[in-house]
Design a protein around this ligand. Structure first.
Ligand code: PEP
Length: 250
């Protein structure tokens, strides 16, 4: 059975000292379990600190929140995949809604990043999701299909490495979240499209994200087809994070 994935997106929080402090409070209580993994999408400057702190701790992965698709060059402020690898990252977020909507990242760029991440041997976690206007206009599935289109042409063996995070934009950081049933419906549509794209859809992990808290985490992962959670705000507090990671599975 696929492990449930609990992924924390620390966004622009927790520099190296803060990350160390968080892990000092989280790791002593962490009990590895074969049915789940814990991923930390740390800021680039903290990735090496987190990787060092979790060395030898099973079921924990360090990820980076964004990469450039070029391996090196004159791209001030960017982080390349080889640099992320050097820092100890084994996963990368691609196309997070804040990258798309705050920084204007396009589907084309998300596609280039997925390919670079795969080529570098990291796991891409491709984020997709609709805005409130798109949802109210009945366009959720069209938007998600368009965003998943960047996976077209990727060989099945590589698609097997790709994770998806369904994150409705209106639910991120707003305190509003999709009901577990609504989320599960979109997850089913995503899985169907992954199969159309030639991926081993049942083996691929599709996470839900958007205002996940200890109070709603278990119900979300209790839905068939929700293979884990991508969590922003509540992943910053070691106690909340412990409660989410330790919750029930379906
Ligand atoms: C996120 O950053 O991906 C996210 C889902 O944030 P939050 O949990 O704060 O809504």
């Amino acid at each position: 059975m696929k492990p449930l994935i609990f992924a924390g997106n620390w966004k622009m929080h927790l520099g190296p000292a803060g990350a160390r402090g968080f892990l000092d409070r989280f790791l002593p209580h962490y009990r590895p379990a074969g049915d789940r993994e814990v991923w930390f999408f740390a800021p680039a400057v903290s990735a090496a600190t987190v990787a060092a702190a979790v060395t030898g701790v099973s079921g924990v992965r360090v990820g980076i929140q964004n990469v450039h698709w070029e391996p090196k060059g004159a791209f001030t402020g960017e982080t390349s995949v080889p640099m992320a690898v050097e820092a100890g990252a084994t996963a990368a977020l691609v196309g997070h809604s804040e990258r798309r909507h705050v920084f204007g990242e396009t589907d084309r760029e998300a596609g280039l990043k997925v390919q670079a991440v795969l080529a570098g041997g990291l796991v891409p976690l491709l984020c997709v999701g609709e805005t409130l206007a798109e949802r109210e206009g009945g366009r959720t599935l069209d938007v998600v299909r368009r965003q998943l289109g960047v996976l077209r042409g990727i060989p099945a063996a590589d698609l097997a490495q790709v994770g998806i995070a369904y994150e409705p934009v209106w639910a991120i950081g707003t305190g509003r979240n999709a009901t577990p049933e609504d989320a599960a419906q979109v997850h089913a549509a995503i899985r169907a499209q992954l199969a159309e794209l030639g991926g081993p859809a049942d083996a691929m992990s599709i996470l839900y994200g958007g205002s996940v808290k200890p109070e709603n985490a278990a119900a979300l992962v209790g839905e068939a087809g929700i293979d884990g959670l991508l969590v922003g705000g509540a992943s910053l507090d070691p106690e909340s994070w412990r409660a989410i990671v330790g919750g029930a599975r379906n």
